[in-house]
Design a protein around this ligand. Structure first.
Ligand SMILES: Cc1ncc(COP(=O)(O)O)c(C=O)c1O
Length: 362
């Protein structure tokens, strides 16, 4: 009988929502409004010829490199950051190598790493999800070939300092260090260009979050030009579709749109923090477009909360299964009108479930 590789069978199942996300989508950290009107205009005016031809990545890649202020040979456009992670796993991990991740974090690092047959080494975040730089460095072994750090991290929204990231890259020269900056626009600090000094550093960015283009699947992997040559070997030549490529120049040209959206999200973040403070609900300060909060002590509590929010038309994400996140829920922020609606629903749910709790233990 046909049998998948053992490593594939060991990969934990990830259940993305593939249908039926009805309501205000505050569950997957997307832009809750949409993309720049300039992108929409470009979409309407796309030449049908673009759909007939295999997509040509070059010009869009050069435009993105120019925008990031790095040469084109340091940049690869990808099918979302997800593909960037996948490509790094394919490039560096042999079976029985080690990939080091911090937990809790974004699920796909583990999934792609495990699929190669590599062992995933989990380093638990510190108190209040602090970045565990020391422990991570201690856990790097002679077999470590990949280290993935989401900065800001998802779901807690916490960050790693530049010094810590550089220290890690220096202490593990035989491992690729992926700094996943999917939420960069909400944070504002980057490791872009760090590979000039430390060629094992990679940075990933996405158009799925602040730019509001998750459906187009467009990400960026940037790193040392020599190292990128190996990554390109395993990438599909047509990994990014023509529609996404056609829209990129407009998306990066309209920074006013992105900045306006980010400013609204930051305001919403402050309003939610304030409301949670009033209810006495424990939360963790976030540098991204979401906040992780503890709405109870168990998975049942968080499931009830998610269901009550859903009944009020708000989709929020239960994170109870993540390391250190029992009873926790993550809510994505958007512009004022969406935050107004979310806060109104939150107030009702807090009252209905009686979850105003004072500071709860982590
Ligand atoms: C840290 C992190 N990286 C990557 C992604 C996925 O990005 P993309 O849509 O570009 O594949 C997410 C999405 O939630 C994320 O939280």
């Amino acid at each position: 009988m046909l049998k998948p590789r053992e490593a594939v069978l060991a990969v934990p199942l990830y259940h993305p929502p593939l249908a039926g996300r009805e309501g205000l989508r505050l569950d997957f950290n997307e832009n809750t409004v949409g993309c720049s009107p300039r992108v929409l205009e470009r979409l309407r005016g796309l030449d049908p010829e673009q759909l007939v031809k295999y997509p040509e990545r070059g010009p869009a890649e050069a435009a993105v490199a120019g925008f990031l202020g790095v040469p084109s040979d340091e940049v690869l456009l990808t099918n979302g950051v997800d593909e960037a992670i996948h490509l790094l796993c394919e490039t560096y991990l042999e079976a029985d190598d080690e990939a080091v991740i911090v937990v809790p974090t974004y699920s796909m690092y583990r999934i792609y790493a495990m699929a190669t047959g590599a062992r995933v080494v989990e380093v638990a975040a510190g108190e209040d999800f602090a970045f565990p730089a020391e422990t991570l460095i201690e856990r790097v072994s002679g077999r470590t070939r990949l280290i993935c750090v989401a900065n800001p991290n998802n779901p807690p929204g916490s960050v790693a300092s530049r010094e810590d990231l550089l220290r890690i890259a220096r202490s593990a020269p035989d491992a690729a260090l992926l700094v996943d900056e999917a939420y960069y626009e909400f944070y504002g600090q980057t490791m872009l260009g760090a590979w000039r000094e430390l060629p094992n550093v990679y940075v990933a960015r996405t158009f799925s979050k602040a730019y509001g283009m998750a459906g187009l699947r467009l990400g960026v992997l940037a790193g040392d030009a020599e190292q990128m040559k190996s990554v390109r070997r395993v990438a599909s030549p047509y990994n990014v579709n023509a529609v996404a490529l056609g829209c990129v120049p407009e998306a990066i040209a309209d920074q006013g749109y992105v900045e306006g959206y980010v400013a609204e999200v930051r305001e919403g973040r402050e309003r939610l923090k304030k409301a949670l403070g009033v209810y006495g609900i424990r939360f963790w300060p976030s540098q991204a477009n979401f906040i992780l909060m503890r709405v109870g002590l168990t998975k049942t509590d968080s499931a009830k909360f998610v269901e009550q929010m859903r009944r009020r038309g708000m989709l929020v994400r239960d994170r109870s299964s993540d390391h250190g996140c029992e009873g926790c829920v993550r809510i994505t922020l958007g512009p004022k009108e969406h935050v107004d609606r979310m806060l109104a629903a939150l107030q009702e749910v807090v009252e209905e479930l009686g979850i105003a709790q004072g500071a709860s233990p982590r």
